[in-house]
Design a protein. Sequence first.
Length: 152
Amino acid sequence: MQVTRAGEYAIIGLLYLAKQPADRTVMIDEISEKERIPKSFLAKIFQSLAKGGFVLSHRGAGGGFSLAKPADEINLLQILNCIESAFALQKCVTIDPECVVSHDRLTSCALCGVFAEAQSRVNEVFVRTTLQDLLKPQDASAHPARPSAVLN
């Protein structure tokens, strides 16, 4: 499983909005330039975020986007589910499960239980992490750039 670039850009774009004063609207051009995200791609992402109720689109002079709700009410899993649609480690832990080996194995596969537990733990982290949490200064030692692999 990997969060797609669209999911990452959605979070980055929402974080940019969360940093703004509550009464300020921001144009896609500004977010695109400041965060170095392709404008057309970001515009499509923000259409999805608007449909999902995460941003408000303001038309006319002084228009742009703003958060639809406070940053502490928006968690990462909500954003990823909006953008990624089926956010899952493996097909067997989706709403419509499918085993990559065979349908018969779906009910007896030992890996499905492991994937389900891992998915649950990933979801817990993303549910408890809000945009507001990401606005706080991060301790670099708590979140290494690249996790070290444990090899046995």
